[in-house]
Design a protein around this ligand. Structure first.
Ligand code: ADE
Length: 226
C-alpha cells in the first residue's frame, strides 16, 4: 500500500508515523508513506498556501491552486483509490471503514488546517471525508496519523501475530476481552483460572463471553442491531 499525505506541517506527523509498529511496517516495505509539503506547490517567495475567506470572517482558508498542483502531480504518476480529506464534518471513523481502506492500494490524505480548504477542492477532488470524532483539532494532521495507524496495523504482516487484530475491540462490533500477564496473583487479584487451564476451546469461549459482557456493560449501542 502507498499513502501520500498532503499537509502544511509535515513535521507534525513524522514522529508518530516513524516509531514502533508504523516504523516496522515501513521498514518491511508493507506500506510506503510519503509526505508532501503544500508550500512546495505554492507560488512566490512567501510560499503562500492560504488566504482570507470571501465574505469576511476570522480564519484563513487553504487555497485551491497548490492543492490542485500537488494532487494533479500525484495523479499523473499513478491511480488513486481514494482521495481523503480530514475534517470534523466528515464521516466519523470506525473500524469498518479502516478495514475497507486497508484493502486499497493507493490513498491520498489531505489535511485541512486553519479554517479548512476552499470548498472547490472538496467538490473537485475529494472522494471521502473523514472525521476522527466530534471535536475540533487545530488541523487534520493528528487525525490523519490516527487514520494511517488504524489502517496500516491491519495490513498482512504488520502485526507479529497475524491473528491478533482479529481480537481487537470493534472487530465484529464487540469490545476486546480483558487480558492478563504475569504475575498470576497481585495484591489478592488473581488471573481467571480458565486462562491458566491450557484448554484453548474453553479459553476461546471465555473470551467471547467476556467480550459480549464487556460490550453490554460499556458500549451497549454496539449491540443494538442484534
Ligand atoms: N480536523 C480538525 N478536526 C478534525 C477531526 N475531528 N477529525 C478529522 N480532522 C479534523
Amino acid at each position: 500500500m502507498r499513502i501520500d499525505i498532503i499537509t502544511v506541517v509535515p513535521q507534525l506527523m513524522k514522529s508518530p508515523l516513524h516509531e514502533s509498529i508504523m516504523k516496522r511496517a515501513q521498514e518491511k516495505e508493507l506500506v510506503d508513506i510519503h509526505f508532501h509539503d503544500l508550500r512546495d506547490y505554492s507560488k512566490g517567495n512567501y510560499r503562500q498556501v492560504d488566504d482570507a475567506q470571501y465574505g469576511g470572517g476570522a480564519g484563513m482558508v487553504l487555497m485551491i491552486e497548490p492543492i490542485d498542483k500537488c494532487i494533479s502531480k500525484l495523479q499523473s504518476e499513478r491511480d488513486y483509490d481514494e482521495i481523503i480529506y480530514m475534517t470534523p464534518d466528515g464521516e466519523t471513523l470506525n473500524q469498518k471503514m479502516c478495514n475497507t481502506l486497508s484493502l486499497k492500494k493507493n490513498l491520498i490524505i489531505l489535511c485541512g488546517h486553519y479554517k479548512g480548504v476552499d470548498q472547490r477542492v472538496r467538490d473537485l477532488f475529494i472522494t471521502r471525508e473523514i472525521s476522527i470524532g466530534d471535536y475540533v483539532l487545530s488541523g487534520g494532521e493528528l487525525g490523519a496519523c490516527v487514520l494511517v495507524d488504524a489502517i496500516v496495523r491491519l495490513l498482512p504482516g504488520v502485526l507479529n501475530d497475524e491473528t491478533s487484530a482479529l481480537y481487537d475491540s470493534f472487530q465484529d462490533d464487540l469490545l476486546a476481552p480483558p487480558v492478563y500477564t504475569r504475575p498470576e496473583e497481585y495484591k489478592n487479584l488473581k488471573v481467571p483460572g480458565v486462562l491458566l487451564s491450557g484448554n484453548f476451546a474453553k479459553i476461546d469461549e471465555w473470551r467471547q463471553e467476556m467480550s459480549y459482557k464487556h460490550t453490554l456493560d460499556k458500549r451497549p449501542d454496539l449491540l443494538k442491531d442484534e
